[in-house]
Design a protein around this ligand. Structure first.
Ligand code: BT5
Length: 255
């Protein structure tokens, strides 16, 4: 992937106007955090071909072999920390729109941050922030064409679902453009549009779910996502529970 090519076809105002490209880093989120702390402008992007310490949430590992897209974007929203889960969902929407646009694959969203095709995880979103959310780093990992055997159980690459080859430059360009679009909606407070777009792509809603939270595990039906980005689950006794942070699975499958 040529940096020049990415810049040439890019139609954004600020996301991706500065791209730091690396063969290998520990984690693009680490590099972006450092840049953010040093005052990097909003929209600064870090892309790496591989990561040695790619991470997911809660210190989990993110397998980052060649053939994936690993990027992080520095943002400076004027937002309270409690608003950031919404931004995470918005980024998932951007990924879905970009994948659909660039390779025609329908990328679905599993609350909170999984990017899924046909029940397989093909990517994830990790939002990290500095003190009082003065800066935010949005990390996206997408398995574009990773060699089989280099991904964990339940994971897959986009090429397995695409009709033709998946062009990484086109995907990255589309992703940067869609990220700017959803970020503008987020900044403008248009949560209604973002939520509608998220719902249209959600795999989680209307299904029976098993929710793992710090205090335990319970089952119910995932009804909706609320204005804070929390999952609303209807319990068997009819009451509703808001899940702000947790894991969602169902019936032994990850679909
Ligand atoms: C995520 O975490 O899904 C967020 C992943 C974000 C990765 C990007 S890459 C660029 C940027 N730099 C970073 O260091 N991170 C971000 P979580 O929901 O915690 O999911 C982690 C789980 O997904 C792991 O425990 C595995 O089960 C699974 N997993 C690990 N690597 C995977 C991969 N490449 N594809 C699919 N699933 C994977």
């Amino acid at each position: 992937m040529e940096l020049e090519e990415v810049g040439r076809g890019l139609r954004t105002r600020y996301v991706g106007r500065r791209v730091h490209w690396f063969e290998q880093v520990t984690s693009t989120n680490d590099v972006a955090r450092t840049l953010a702390e040093q005052g990097a402008p909003e929209g600064t992007v870090v892309v790496a071909r591989t990561q040695t310490e790619g991470r997911g949430r809660l210190g989990r590992r993110w397998a980052s072999p060649p053939g994936g897209l690993y990027l992080s974007v520095v943002l400076r929203p004027i937002a309270a920390p409690y608003e950031l889960p919404r931004l995470g969902l918005a980024v998932g929407v951007a990924c879905s729109r970009a994948v659909e646009r660039s390779c025609g694959v329908q990328l679905r969203l599993r609350w909170p941050n999984d990017l899924v095709v046909d029940g397989k995880k093909v990517g994830g979103v990790l939002v990290e922030s500095g003190p009082e959310a003065r800066w935010v780093v949005v990390g996206v990992g997408i398995n574009v064409a990773v060699a089989p055997g280099q991904l964990p159980e339940g994971a897959a690459s986009l090429v397995e679902f695409a009709k033709g080859p998946v062009e990484r430059t086109a995907l990255l360009q589309a992703l940067l453009a869609e990220l700017e679009l959803v970020y503008e909606l987020f900044r403008g407070g248009d949560w209604a549009t973002l939520l509608q777009w998220w719902r249209q792509r959600a795999t989680t809603l209307g299904r029976r779910v098993r929710v793992h939270v710090a205090s335990g595990v319970y089952e119910g039906t995932a009804e909706d996502v609320d204005e804070d980005g929390a999952l609303v689950v209807r319990l068997p006794d009819g009451s509703r529970k808001r899940v702000v942070a947790g894991e969602v699975g169902w019936g032994g499958t990850t679909r």
